[in-house]
Design a binder for this molecule. Structure first.
Ligand SMILES: Cc1cc2nc3c(=O)[nH]c(=O)nc-3n(C[C@H](O)[C@H](O)[C@H](O)COP(=O)(O)O)c2cc1C
Length: 247
């Protein structure tokens, strides 16, 4: 098996970091890898804000609802949907950008942010570092956008902690592959037994790694997905002039 495939098959999020810094040249390579990632229309409507300042990381940890690994990891990268750059391109042609008012802009930008996160994570792990994505910044997205001095047309969506791993995390099991892979047509079979099976396997996983308080998958999803868990997101987008459909 190739090194790349075994890296992907061994994917796990790390949250236990040492506080020694990431070498500047290594960080440059990780950023260069993500810079070369594909984007919709080659529009490149993504940017990174790289935060290494400890006080700013503590502030971001609080914004994300109190996530200590953000303060602990030496590098936090905010991944930004950036329609300021594309807006400037339209200005060169005497046109006014509209895509950032529409859901299509949100979908295109969010897909590209996801590709950035995956690329950064793989590049970090290939460099011997650990990483964890941080969607928790949307807990108070307006505060983060202000903290990072983002201009109109830009918003953070997700971030990523990178650093040297202290205690390596275990590989977490997934729902059965049959709930994920559909050949030719989507197979609309009863998913409930697969969820019960996964809840049991995840409980065994938590017990094996000594996390006796670990929740079942269905319970943890039910805790979030029965309400709008980050209710400030739409207002934070609107404050940046984003994704508010124009009349
Ligand atoms: C977009 C995205 C946002 C995430 N946000 C957070 C977060 O805010 N805090 C955190 O500790 N983990 C976060 N995670 C990590 C997930 O909890 C983790 O990927 C999931 O539990 C599966 O575990 P694994 O990555 O170790 O396989 C996020 C993952 C993704 C892909």
């Amino acid at each position: 098996m190739s090194d790349t495939l075994s890296l992907l098959l061994g994917h796990h999020s790390d949250r236990s970091f040492r506080d020694d810094p990431v070498d500047g040249a290594v960080l440059d390579e990780i950023v260069a890898a993500a810079h070369q990632a594909p984007t919709s229309h080659n529009a490149q409507h993504v940017s990174l804000v790289i935060v290494q300042d400890a006080e700013t990381r503590r502030h971001i940890a609080a914004i994300a609802g109190g996530q200590p690994h953000i303060a602990r990891a030496p590098v936090f990268i905010a991944v930004i949907i950036d329609f300021a750059k594309t807006g400037a391109a339209l200005t060169l042609h005497g046109k006014e950008q509209q895509v950032h008012h529409h859901l299509e802009g949100l979908v295109a930008g969010s897909v590209d942010v996801g590709i950035q996160i995956a690329t950064l994570m793989i590049a970090a792990r290939a460099s011997g570092l650990g990483a964890v994505p941080i969607g928790g910044i949307r807990n108070d997205l307006a505060a983060l956008n202000t903290l990072l001095a983002l201009p109109q047309g830009c918003t953070a969506v997700t971030g990523l902690c990178i650093g040297h791993v202290d205690q390596p995390a275990a590989v977490k099991p997934r729902l059965d592959l049959s709930t994920y892979r559909h050949d030719e047509r989507y197979s609309d079979k009863d998913i409930a037994p697969a969820i019960v099976d996964y809840d049991n396997r995840l409980a065994a996983h938590w017990a094996a790694i000594g996390r006796m308080e670990g929740e079942s998958w269905s319970a943890s999803i039910a805790e979030f997905y029965d309400h709008d868990y980050y209710p400030g997101v739409a207002a934070a987008f609107a404050a940046q002039g984003l994704f508010t459909e124009k009349e």
